[in-house]
Write a protein of this length. Sequence first.
Length: 209
Amino acid sequence: MTRGKFITIEGQDGAGKTTNIDVMKRYMQAANISFVQSREPGGTPLGESVRELILNSGDERIGNKAELLLMFAARAQHILEVIEPALERGDWVLCDRFTDATYAYQGGGRGMTVSDISELEQYVQGDLRPDLTILLDLPVEIGESRAGQRSAPDRFEQQKLNFKQQVRDHYLARAAAEPKRIKIIDASQSIEAVKASINDAMKEYIGNV
Ligand code: TMP
């Protein structure tokens, strides 16, 4: 049995992940790839509870260390229950965010060190890394105005412009360091142009598997 592939989509809040994960999903369906779709934080009952705790913690201030550990706790359960079993049985996994988000948000936004994050990454994931990551990139002001048109902002959407700029910069730095895995898509283009760019990236990746 050939092991499945692990594909993720990333980007700042307001970059259009929800619309574009559907584009990826449709591409995989058309290519007859059997896959499971999931998200982080979340993807398991424990992970969804952690998501609720982190994103809507009310008045309690969650410290940076607790936030980082909660992300990885949810991830550990997600890998155990969903990601590894799927990949082992040959299914692909399409995941809305993964550890690149931790480097961008907890690293870039909150200022946690790369060495702390990479130690946890190694501990929780072992060798597991995404095979392909689609990064939706756009100027933070555009992302902010798009995210602002949706429902009540969560703890990350409430952050200031500087936090969001750090998130974007850290995503871009990761993409620059791993250009084979992380494909940057210009999300400020029209919806149709973004869709076409995503389909091109999927075609290129799947054509070379
Ligand atoms: P979203 O799924 O609607 O994008 O919301 C998830 C939020 O959680 C988003 O603002 C990014 C944040 N997040 C982190 O801060 N670190 C992480 O490791 C992950 C997976 C998400």
